[in-house]
Design a protein around this ligand. Sequence first.
Ligand code: PBG
Length: 332
Amino acid sequence: MPTTTTTPQPRPSDRPRRLRTSPALRRLVTENRIDPAELVLPMFVREDAGEPTPVASMPGVVQHTEDSLRRSAVEAAEAGVGGLMLFGVPATRDAVGSCATDPAGVLNRGLEALVAEVGDAVVVMSDLCLDEFTDHGHCGVLDDAGRVDNDATLRRYQQMALAHAAAGAHVLGLSGMMDGQTAAVRDALEDAGHHDTAILAYSAKYASAFYGPFREAVDSQLQGDRRTYQMDPGNRREGLREAALDVAEGADIVMVKPAMSYLDVLADVAAQSPVPVAAYQVSGEYAMIEAAAAQGWIDRRRAIEESVLGIRRAGADVVLTYWATELATWLR
Ligand code: PBG
């Protein structure tokens, strides 16, 4: 017969569960929370649109008319959203993206409309890139061999920057991933006296499959990919290098994009950056959660909140998300 051994009652020396016992305690000690003020809503405005056009792969997102853009901006402002990031969808495109620098072009007019509508109450940001405006869909102009010509593109970005600043944009979002773009745009702005127009540099922007739905949202003309200018998804160290270059060139805010598959890069950049760090929860990240929620496979609201909280926890000061208005409404 085995003798019965009396084991001592286990007693953990530490009880982290103590601080999880009630909603009030959890709320008190939470390390990170989301504030509507740090959310930025990306928006699309389409030239010659008779009415808002839904983007099929992004349920809830539309290509706006100028009117619906204004209404949606007011709604975001009322919810407490901190910023708006505008993309333009032109009716005609050409090799150099002429519409991008035309003061009457869809994006420049849209920026004017936003500034007129929300004034200084919400930060108005512009997407400064040529891909929506070129007939080949690349983020820059091409050389004779059909390659994206870095330095010729910088001239176009400078012209775009002046158009956006003239339209009243508070922050220019440089998303083209050309070398030297931050310095080139900063120079052009300073020369023209736009000292207070800020630059949000898309510093670590990866060549990602998660931009898929966005390409529908802007009617992208791209054949092929952007791997000669956007970053290789395998690279972590390079994200720090790109962010450091942008800071040295005068960026006021740096960004990591996409967010959810690049939280390590975001944490690295946040740990070293002397300027605020933004992260962009991109179209494919939005579409994945919406699609799973539509199937009833995940709890939509909890998944949205958790995904944005994860981006904040990794170190983002500012989060661009298509859920900005809805999320801000929940948080109030
Ligand atoms: C380039 C730009 C893109 C996105 C933002 N700016 C597309 C790309 O680089 O291919 C993607 C945003 C998203 O997927 O939500 N103008």
